[in-house]
Design a protein around this ligand. Structure first.
Ligand SMILES: Nc1ncnc2c1ncn2[C@@H]1O[C@H](COP(=O)(O)OP(=O)(O)OP(=O)(O)O)[C@@H](O)[C@H]1O
Ligand SMILES: [Mg+2]
Length: 152
């Protein structure tokens, strides 16, 4: 496992880091995995997980705005990419049990390699995550400073 640590000094910078991250991922041509590519976003309330996703959304030119889902814990967006057809945004903060994921069709989502899945509070559903998932930890350092640790 490899870890990359990056400091962000503003929400805009977090979005730029997100854009770099997603562009690097989408450049990968060959598809080794039969499963979805899942990125677990972990860290305290207000640490920048949704901000990061907004950066991802802008970089892939999503037409719909990404926001912190209040009632919906799962949203799907269309991608124009040869391999990844859908971008999913899940927020597990309000999830009470891992079994709730079943009702949302989570296993179908992660077993489909056309899916690129971002999960806020992914650490709450650790057992349900595919083995090869990526992880980004967000740590609040100061008012506008965040430490992002990417585990590949
Ligand atoms: N460097 C930074 N990177 C990201 N967000 C920052 C930064 N500095 C300040 N902020 C602010 O911190 C907040 C991050 O909120 P965001 O909704 O992204 O957090 P979150 O991790 O998704 O929280 P939650 O667990 O509640 O979903 C925003 O208000 C944003 O403006
Ligand atoms: Mg959020």
């Amino acid at each position: 496992m490899m870890q990359i640590k990056i400091f962000s000094e503003s929400p805009e910078e977090t979005q730029k880091i997100a854009a770099f991250f997603i562009k690097t991922i989408l450049q990968k041509k060959g598809k080794v995995s039969k499963k979805a590519l899942l990125v677990s976003l972990e860290g305290n309330l207000g640490s920048g997980k949704t901000e990061f996703l907004k950066g991802v959304a802008k970089a892939v030119k999503l037409k719909t705005r990404v926001f912190s889902p209040t009632f919906v814990i799962m949203k799907r967006f269309n991608l124009t990419h040869p391999v990844f057809k859908y971008l999913w945004h899940l927020d597990c903060y309000r999830l009470k049990k891992t079994s709730e994921l079943k009702e949302l069709g989570f296993s179908d989502i992660i077993n489909d390699n056309r899916n690129l899945v971002f999960v806020e509070w992914g650490d709450k559903i650790k057992k349900a995550l595919p083995k090869n998932h990526l992880k980004i930890n967000f740590q609040i350092i100061g008012k506008n400073k965040r430490k992002l640790t990417i585990s590949l």
